[in-house]
Design a protein around this ligand. Structure first.
Ligand SMILES: CC(C)(COP(=O)(O)OP(=O)(O)OC[C@H]1O[C@@H](n2cnc3c(N)ncnc32)[C@H](O)[C@@H]1OP(=O)(O)O)[C@@H](O)C(=O)NCCC(=O)NCCS
Length: 192
């Protein structure tokens, strides 16, 4: 199953594709974007391309899950994902996915991450029949936490992980957020 194109009030979410390579290289070479992700530093072209290829292959693991490029008219603004979760035994969970997003700083604080994430939750619960969506970020990443919260996701736990090469702020831990299908349905009733 190929990924569908999704639409929000202001954006088109098109399946991330090979032709987005340069968009991704631009995004991932920006220190502001990478401050709390990956190793906390901008990626080289080679690293960004490698990550791009991994995202494209992640979009082939579980039907309907993957990465979307967000477009404002024809301008790429960043990506959002419902990515597959792999168990220790290597199998993929078809009922649970992980939400994620990365947006170019010139488009920050205009509600675009929230808009994309809300549409991915709707798509995941309504169209894919997911039972749960989770998300993880550094505790100090206020923007990412606020985005999950604004979508109705709740903080479930904080993990303290030892990294070989820790990013400043990682001592505060990684926070996990989640929302179940029931919780999402309940929110829809109250938002009408
Ligand atoms: C996280 C990110 C995608 C948010 O994108 P955005 O389009 O600016 O977010 P939105 O405008 O939709 O805002 C969503 C919520 O976050 C809040 N927010 C956004 N930036 C914030 C910041 N720097 N500090 C605190 N809150 C912030 C907004 O006020 C909003 O909350 P509200 O609805 O309660 O008012 C963007 O900052 C980004 O790409 N960061 C770098 C990559 C990254 O860290 N991704 C997440 C990794 S897990």
């Amino acid at each position: 199953m190929s990924l569908p194109t999704l639409r929000t009030a202001r954006l088109n979410l098109r399946p991330l594709a090979q032709h987005n390579r340069d968009d991704i290289i631009d995004l991932d070479s920006d220190p502001q974007v990478m401050k709390y992700v990956h190793r906390g530093r901008p990626l080289t072209r080679v690293e960004a391309d490698q990550d791009h290829q991994e995202r494209l292959s992640a979009s082939r693991q579980v039907p309907g899950l993957g990465y979307w490029a967000g477009y404002l008219d024809d301008t790429f603004i960043g990506w959002a994902a419902l990515s597959p979760i792999q168990s220790n035994s290597g199998t993929f969970n078809a009922q649970k996915a992980e939400i994620g997003y990365r947006i170019s700083p010139r488009f920050w604080r205009r509600g675009y991450a929230k808009e994309m994430a809300r549409e991915l939750l709707r798509y995941g619960f309504e169209e894919l029949g997911l039972l749960e969506v989770v998300g993880q970020t550094m505790a100090v990443n206020e923007a990412s936490r606020a985005t999950m919260k604004a979508c109705g996701m709740q903080h479930v736990r904080t993990l303290y992980i030892e990294f070989e090469d820790p990013i400043p702020g990682s001592e505060d831990g990684e926070v996990e957020y989640a929302i179940t299908r029931e919780e999402w349905l309940e929110l829809q009733l109250h938002s009408k």
